[in-house]
Design a protein around this ligand. Structure first.
Ligand SMILES: NC(=O)c1ccc[n+]([C@@H]2O[C@H](COP(=O)([O-])OP(=O)(O)OC[C@H]3O[C@@H](n4cnc5c(N)ncnc54)[C@H](O)[C@@H]3O)[C@@H](O)[C@H]2O)c1
Length: 339
């Protein structure tokens, strides 16, 4: 049995991490930690296990093999490095850190301690995205020219355990808004689907709908080394309906992912032939945790040595780099090179 501790017992922990661990036959969740004592106490009484208020105390438990870090963004790097140094495998939520230096320190701690570091960029595990990746690799689209990808909803006040008072809106604790909450997912997805990283970014970013010190609405123009250009929207102002779609335009046709409520994978060939596949729905904030993100299964299998970790720390850093450069682009009104 793999013994797991969960640090941060808010929404992502209680909707995704904890249920998915509890569903895994090789896992025992043995400890919960939250700075708000009543939250970790409640998890411990519901699911069994110890309750801690300070993560350092949880890390002292030598029987714990792995931890999920489900706290506000500014805590990710410190908690991850401390957990890796304590000999735990780490599944850290996204965005992995608030700077590239912090992200690199996490990767270094993972390497030095020979412990796994996974980042919760879970769009890679959606069935339509897995099929799309395989189809693209087999040449379904031929040369890829362009894409549009969006992740938008009405904002985290309907999701975070602290509602409208959430850390999500506070730059000191979130460091970044919709771009870090949603945009980083789509950057990682496009890196995964296209098989290459972005080399240039230009962005416009606004805070127009929320009382917040972070962005709530962002549009990025992106370019890869091979010359694929496209747009990425990350937004907390899509009121009424979530958009989590991606469209990729290639020499041989168009691939539409999660654009249709029924068919999550649609290929339209250059001749106009349409292939529609119902490959399961993408996770939304509103599905009450009914879907499995696949993140925990992947993390556990990697600990068991059955697969390589993905997305690893390097993938997390690659997507964070794009997001940080997008912020700089918006501030300086420039096109930024992503190294
Ligand atoms: N992968 C995804 O799709 C996804 C979705 C939502 C959120 N997230 C990420 O998960 C992380 C948590 O987000 P959330 O939605 O659960 O937020 P949340 O506000 O619902 O919960 C955060 C929890 O962390 C606790 N906390 C704060 N400081 C702490 C500390 N020092 N020690 C222990 N606990 C502490 C809070 O009390 C709260 O219970 C964020 O990084 C967010 O970006 C990922």
């Amino acid at each position: 049995m793999i013994k797991v501790g969960v640090i941060g017992c808010g929404s992502i922990a209680t909707h995704r991490h904890i249920p998915e661990y509890l569903n895994h036959e090789d896992v025992e969740v043995v400890a919960f930690c939250d700075i708000e004592k009543k939250r970790s106490d409640e998890c411990a009484s519901l699911f069994g296990g110890a309750s801690y208020q300070h993560y350092e105390d949880l890390l002292k438990d030598e029987t714990i093999d792995a931890v999920s870090i489900c706290t506000p963004n500014y805590l990710h790097a410190k908690m991850s490095v401390d957990a890796l140094n304590a000999g735990k495998h780490v599944l850290c939520e996204k965005p992995m850190a608030t700077s590239l230096e912090e992200a690199q320190a996490m990767i270094d701690a993972s390497n030095q301690n020979n412990k796994l570091l996974m980042i919760g960029q879970n769009q890679r595990f959606t069935e339509a995205h897995i099929e799309a990746k395989a189809a693209i690799e087999k040449g379904l689209l031929g040369k890829i020219y362009s894409f549009k990808t969006s992740f938008g909803h009405g904002g985290p006040e309907g999701w975070s355990v602290d509602g409208a008072n959430s850390w999500f809106f506070d730059k000191e604790r979130a460091f970044i808004g919709a771009m870090g909450d949603l945009g980083v997912h789509k950057v990682d997805l496009m890196h995964y689907l296209l098989g290459e990283t972005f080399t240039h970014v230009s962005a416009m970013i606004e805070t127009s709908a929320k009382v917040a010190t972070v962005d709530d609405n962002a549009v990025l123009i992106l370019k890869t080394k091979s010359g694929i250009i496209g747009t990425l929207s990350a937004s907390w102002v899509y009121n009424g309906e979530e958009d989590n779609s991606t469209i990729i335009y290639g020499e041989k046709g168009i691939l539409k992912l999660n654009t249709d409520p029924e068919y999550s994978y649609i290929f339209i060939s250059v001749d106009g032939e349409v292939e529609k596949r119902a490959l399961g729905k993408i996770q939304t904030n509103d599905d009450g945790g009914q879907t499995n993100t696949g993140t925990i299964d992947h993390f556990v299998s990697a600990i068991q040595g059955k697969n390589e970790i993905s997305p690893n720390g390097a993938a997390g850093l690659a997507s964070l780099s794009v997001i940080i450069k997008a912020l700089q682009s918006a501030q300086k009104q420039t096109i930024e090179e992503v190294k």
